[in-house]
Ligand binder design. Sequence first.
Ligand SMILES: C[S@@+](CC[C@H](N)C(=O)[O-])C[C@H]1O[C@@H](n2cnc3c(N)ncnc32)[C@H](O)[C@@H]1O
Length: 254
Amino acid sequence: MTRLLENIKQQYHKLGIPLDELKELEILSNENPNLFRRLSQRRLFNEPLAYLKGEVYFFGRKFNVDRRVYVPNPETEKMVRFALSELDVHSSILDVGTGSGSIAITLKKENPRIDVFGCDISPSALEVATKNALDHRVSLSFFESCYVDDLDIDEPTHIISDLPYGDERYILPSINLREFRHMPPESCFHPLGSLYAYKELIESIKNKGWKPKLFFESGKVKKDEVAEIIPQGMDWRYVLFEDNYSVTRLDFNQ
Ligand SMILES: C[S@@+](CC[C@H](N)C(=O)[O-])C[C@H]1O[C@@H](n2cnc3c(N)ncnc32)[C@H](O)[C@@H]1O
């Protein structure tokens, strides 16, 4: 490494960027000092490392990510595993709020015989999801829709969803709150508050007359708070994987 690169590295390390991240940025910049400096500045302003690299790993696969999409959290792999354990060859599944498509594409790769759909309110997120599906050579359909309101597909047996469900109390361990300002606002928080997006999703599914099984990420939100958004008399289960992470499974079919 040249003395110039080493100096830049020391400057940015003193300002707070960990050495392992600087090493990644150095590789990314191909040891070009100007590029290394620019990337380090962006990282110092809390731009997610995944955006700087243009990719992130989810469930062992690489996905393209940029400012058009939320960066998938590693915790969400647990919800995908949970859903996979309940799907069979007769299942079809819709991923609501698909973002980069990481959940939908993973489900299709892990279970190629089932029909998988994805939808999102953001057309630019869907461009990224479509590119990811092409790169992973999977055939699945993405649609622009507010929850399930605008969809014209057959009723799926299952719906899976990681919508913005939290507030600052519920940030997952893998999330750096300061990185959120670089992500699409509609992917981070619901303007009306915690769990509101799922409340609206449940309403949207009911309005459609669908009776799927719904899995949604409830993260650090406690069971009694989740209970408040479940309509009276519905069958549901709060699955705690560990202290900081839960999934809720709601059955519309009753
Ligand atoms: C937390 S991000 C998760 C993205 C992806 N599921 C993942 O795990 O990386 C939430 C996603 O929900 C989408 N979203 C927000 N409100 C929505 C709505 N009303 N209908 C559909 N999608 C919505 C956002 O555009 C964003 O892509």
